[in-house]
Design a protein around this ligand. Structure first.
Ligand code: MG
Length: 221
């Protein structure tokens, strides 16, 4: 840790959350309904939502590719940061999750800006053309993370945004013997090492939520 860095304690994370993001009633209701429907409570944190919106708006992104829809929380959040004619493509392999997300997206204020693609993302990303999208958000199953990253690097325009959730591996990143989701944790550990060594990206992990990689699809200067 550099001398300038402050350790990110639980108290500081709570403070950060309390002093930044606010969810609206719609997103709060979506999360409650998702929990009742048995969807895992692993949507992005509200402060991550705000961070994504700031990044997309400052980048003037018009098109987003999301891998991993889950309940639709992040899709709706990100679509709100796009212009009226912008569009977000989100991929979901689990039909129950896609059904739930579709019903909430339909009722949201950004229904016309979101398309859910129901398929295996590893296959579906192949149908997107090179340099065609402004930003990608990867938040899906962890074992194919490197395949998703390579697809994002091809599909996202040079200098575009590539954002990847769960850099802290559900809080178990530094555990040598993780107690939960071992395979996911190990996949994330390998993925993080890969990201850190990837000179074709300019990237940083930000400690919001479960940690998020923020990368530009361009080498560091
Ligand atoms: Mg996640």
């Amino acid at each position: 840790m550099s001398e300038q860095a402050t350790a990110v304690t639980t108290e500081l994370v709570r403070y950060l959350a309390a002093h930044t993001a606010r969810e609206d009633d719609f997103l709060v209701a979506l999360k409650t309904a998702a929990a009742e429907a048995g969807i895992p409570p692993i949507s992005i944190a509200p402060e991550q939502g705000t961070m994504l919106q700031i990044l997309l708006r400052s980048h003037q992104a018009r098109t987003v590719l999301e891998i991993g829809t889950l309940a639709g929380y992040s899709a709706i959040t990100m679509a709100r940061a796009l212009p009226e004619d912008g569009h977000l493509h989100t991929m979901e392999i689990n039909d129950a999750h896609a059904d739930f997300a579709q019903s909430w997206i339909k009722r949201s204020d950004v229904a016309n800006r979101i398309t859910i693609h129901r398929a295996n993302a590893v296959e579906l990303v192949k149908t997107f053309t090179d340099n065609s999208i402004d930003a990608a958000f990867i938040d899906a199953d962890k074992s194919p993370s490197m395949l998703y990253l390579e697809a994002a690097k091809r599909i996202v325009k040079p200098g575009g945004l590539i954002l990847i959730d769960n850099a802290f591996a559900y809080g178990q990143l530094l555990d040598e013997n993780p107690s939960r989701n071992k395979d996911d944790v190990w996949a994330i550990q390998r993925f993080n090492d890969h990201m850190a060594a990837d000179d074709s990206l300019t990237s940083v992990i930000l400690p919001t939520g479960d940690g998020m990689w923020i990368a530009l699809n361009a080498p560091a200067r």
